[in-house]
Each structure stands twice: as structure tokens, then as C-alpha cells.
Design a protein around this ligand. Sequence first.
Ligand code: MLT
Length: 261
Amino acid sequence: MATTSIDGRTLHYEDVGEGLPLLLLHGFPFSSESFWPQLEAPPRGFRLLVPDHRGFGKSALAEGVSTMDALAQDALAVLDAAKVKAAVVGGVSMGGYVTLALLRRDPSRVKGLLLVDTQAGADDEAGKARREQVAKDAEARGMAPIVEAMGPKLFAPTTGAGVRGRVEAMMRAQHPKAAAAASRGMGERVDQKDVLSRFGGPTLVVVGEDDAITPVDKAKVMAGLVSGAKLEIVPKAGHLPNLEQPRAFAALLETFRSAFD
Ligand code: MLT
């Protein structure tokens, strides 16, 4: 684990593998641990930089709402600390929202995009109200309500108890204040379709065929916005294909790598 500091706050990140830098951003309410198969066996040809977002894992929380733009600024600080000018940038779900916020903030740092089980649109009013309720529930009752609400929706029916148990334990280990701040941040996020449609670099959109949170239709919209983007639908996977089908996920990344040769 490496660390850097931004505005006096510590940010932790993993730095493993060798090759083209891939900044990989985790979803909600997880940590860098949610990439455990990729951290244990980095896909060939990639150097993985995997931060803990503020307040998650071992990174310190900041005051106020964790907007997607604030998390993107943290991620850029990780690139600076790792002395990487431009990287392939990608993320799972909320990590994808942060990826698109980073692309809006500084496209010069983005060589390619990896968008996994995520979406480019913003929340509607009902969605925003749900985010606020999730935040209030976390503040009042801790991580349990989030685990109970999300747990059943995360996986394909075939996903085994080992993966389910580790993900649930990871969610329970997160700080409720960090979850509340990020839930409000997701509620405030803007529609990123315009920024996506301006991007001209290699783009891989991945989605589990059984994703009940950000379903295949959302992935199709994103892939349709970027000229030349590749869409891959992973069989027997739900919202977390990198954990549910790690071998298939590694193969997709290794094929994607050749777009940068
Ligand atoms: C995630 O996995 O990061 C969340 O499901 C994203 C969301 O709630 O929109």
C-alpha cells in the first residue's frame, strides 16, 4: 500500500503490476479491496493504481459531501503521487461516476476508459431523495441498512458464497459517515453524456448480464456515445463482474491492452 496526502488528508492506494498505468476506481460502499483478484494477479501489461476513496478503506474522510468531482480530484492526486501523466482510467459503478468526473475535469490525463457496471446519467428527483435517505439511515444505523438493501441485488444467481461473504464483510467494515457523504455525492452528480461523446480514445464498457443495479441498457447507452467503444456483456455476472468472473474480466482487460500498442 502506498500513500499520498491531499489538503492534509491521507489517501491510500495500491500500486501493483508493470506496464500501462490503469487507474481503477472502486464502487459504493467498498474499498480498493473490491479489486482483490486483480490486485493478486494484475492483468498482463498493466500497472494498476487503485485508491481507497476518501473515508473508505484506509483513506481519511474530508468534511462535507464527497462529490464525484472531489473523488476525481483525489484520484488525480494519486496519479501525481505515482508520477503518471496520463492513464487508462476506469471504475466499477460509483468508480465509473468518478471516472467520468475526472474526464470532465482533465481529459489530458485520460488515455482510455474502462467503464464497468456504471452509467453516464444523473439521478432523477426520486433517485436523489433515495440517496439522502441512504445517507440518513447510515448516519442513524450504520452500514447494516445499506448491506441489507444492496446485498441481494449485487450478484448473479450463480455467484458463490465465498465472494458474497467477502463483499458483505467489506461493506460492513466501511465507515457510515463515508457512506453517507458518498451517497449524497452520487445524488449530486451531473449527467456526463456530453463529456463521454467528446472522448475519442479507446473505450471498453463491461457489464454483467445479470446486473440489477446498472443493467445492460445503461452500458449500451454509454458504449453508443463513444465512437469505436467496445461493449462486453459478461455471462454469469451481476454488478461486480471483476469479482464474479475474474478470469473473464482479466481476459477482457488483456485484449483491451492491445488498443494501446
Ligand atoms: C455502486 O456499486 O457503486 C453503487 O451501486 C452505485 C449506485 O448506487 O449508483
